[in-house]
Design a protein around this ligand. Sequence first.
Ligand SMILES: Nc1nc2c(ncn2[C@@H]2O[C@H](COP(=O)(O)OP(=O)(O)OP(=O)(O)O)[C@@H](O)[C@H]2O)c(=O)[nH]1
Length: 260
Amino acid sequence: MNILAPVRRDRVLAELPQCLRKEAALHVHKDFHPRVTCACQEHRTGTVGRFKISKVIVVGDLSVGKTCLINRFCKDTFDKNYKATIGVDFEMERFEVLGVPFSLQLWDTAGQERFKCIASTYYRGAQAIIIVFNLNDVASLEHTKQWLADALKENDPSSVLLFLVGSKKDLSTPAQYVLMEKDALKVAQEIKAEYWAVSSLTGENVREFFFRVAALTFEANVLAELEKSGARRIGDVVRINSDDSNLYLTTSKKKPTCCP
Ligand SMILES: Nc1nc2c(ncn2[C@@H]2O[C@H](COP(=O)(O)OP(=O)(O)OP(=O)(O)O)[C@@H](O)[C@H]2O)c(=O)[nH]1
């Protein structure tokens, strides 16, 4: 029995949201990977859409705006008063991507040094890492590499998606922003992260950014599932029904029709 309420209409993704800057994007394809689109059409997304919840961690210096960013997206609120995150906090967001339900668990971690050791115990198992810096504070951009190094100690660098997010865009003049963006793009390219600039106060780019995180995490998950089932496909033993009959897969197994 499905006890979950339907996904909110404004969390439905039928197309791949585009990157902010092509120079620092995880990829620049216009559409979802064709194998992913096909798998969704044929309901072959495995655990994605049924049991899987993807963990996303948000790290960065104190007061760069991590909590405000999550709150703007999940609750559409903004608090101008600073309240330090103690340890960690998390929000769940449910999406529907290409007709498949998909959930993100967004972990807000503490930027303050004294709470860092509690927060870092929650880094493990992330599928995406969002490293936030303040667009008006160059030191916070410089610190992003250390935040990333710490987060990667607990995760597999080859499979995690990275996002570098400049916050508080509303506080930069256009000229200041251009200068900061130049440096940020360099860092993003170096660490192989996708670059975004947002304002939680005005809401600029916040929704677009999280939609992109959801879409790319979903895509990576489905591709991983397909890889797993593909590896299992030939010569494997598959148990069918409950009568313990065994079916051996052979090379003659037909490929799904729309699969590229
Ligand atoms: N003008 C402006 N202020 C912001 C923005 N985002 C956050 N702030 C302010 O920056 C301060 C810190 O924001 P938080 O979201 O609490 O920062 P944090 O990174 O979660 O801080 P820690 O929990 O200590 O790690 C608060 O006073 C916010 O109101 C923004 O987009 N624009």
